[in-house]
Design a binder for this molecule. Structure first.
Ligand SMILES: C[S@@+](CC[C@H](N)C(=O)[O-])C[C@H]1O[C@@H](n2cnc3c(N)ncnc32)[C@H](O)[C@@H]1O
Length: 222
């Protein structure tokens, strides 16, 4: 038996007039998300604090009408949260596992989200013509892998936003050589305010000029 999490007061603050949509998504995660093995049963009571609010913290880094690709969406974190919080965004959720893309498509339909496309594939298999303004991810892969999956999907000047835990600064330091090889414009770990704490995100910007190169000089792992 799974229980529906109560809606905290802060949901209205974070999701504005779309808070009920966020509540329906939280219900879906707490019920079918758990029974279908997409979310651990212990996560159900802490869905808002640990998952929805943490993911929603990214909205302040997203420009109006941005095209966002969320890689390794799983049950829709952060992709569906962003689509709910910001109807101006266009989201592509990239997830290789059928069980998860089935859930994502059903969630999109049930929540009547018109700004989401679900793609069943591995991020590294997407065509080079694929271009978006921002690539998001949470708990998907170590930074060197994320760079090699995310940067090719970005338009020049676009940003990769990877939600990470407290190890973000260490991950950045250890990936120094990868960042240099990809010749990124900038890379930093940022703490952004989130309800119930702070969210840590690694922000990597791709160069404006593709001629100066975004592809690594050697050792490219695609
Ligand atoms: C630990 S889960 C995290 C899911 C979600 N982002 C979250 O925070 O709950 C990692 C997800 O990345 C997906 N994944 C693994 N390799 C991938 C790849 N090469 N491209 C895209 N997604 C991938 C997995 O199928 C899985 O759904």
């Amino acid at each position: 038996m799974t229980s529906r999490p109560p809606v905290p007061d802060e949901a209205r603050e974070v999701f504005g007039e779309r808070w009920q949509l966020a509540a329906s998504y939280a219900d879906l995660l707490a019920t079918e998300g758990v029974t279908r093995g997409l979310i651990g049963p212990r996560e159900a009571p802490r869905l808002w604090e640990r998952h929805l609010f943490n993911c929603a913290a990214l909205v302040e880094l997203l420009a109006q009408d941005a095209e966002v690709c969320d890689i390794g969406s799983g049950a829709g974190l952060p992709g569906l949260v962003l689509a709910i919080a910001r109807p101006d965004l266009r989201l592509t959720l990239v997830e290789p596992l059928l069980r998860r893309t089935t859930f994502l498509r059903e969630a999109v339909e049930r929540l009547a989200l018109t700004n989401v496309t679900v793609v069943r594939d591995r991020a590294e298999n997407l065509p080079s013509s694929f271009g978006c303004d921002v690539v998001t991810s949470r708990a998907v892969a170590p930074l060197p892998k994320l760079l090699s999956w995310s940067l090719p999907l970005l338009r020049p000047g676009g940003s990769m936003l990877a939600l990470k835990g407290t190890s973000a600064a260490d991950e950045l330091a250890s990936a120094r050589n990868d960042l240099a090889r990809w010749r990124v414009a900038s890379a930093e770990a940022r703490e952004i305010p989130a309800i119930g704490g702070r969210a840590t995100v690694i922000v990597v910007k791709k160069r404006e000029s593709t001629r100066l190169g975004w592809a690594p000089t050697k050792g490219r792992s695609r």
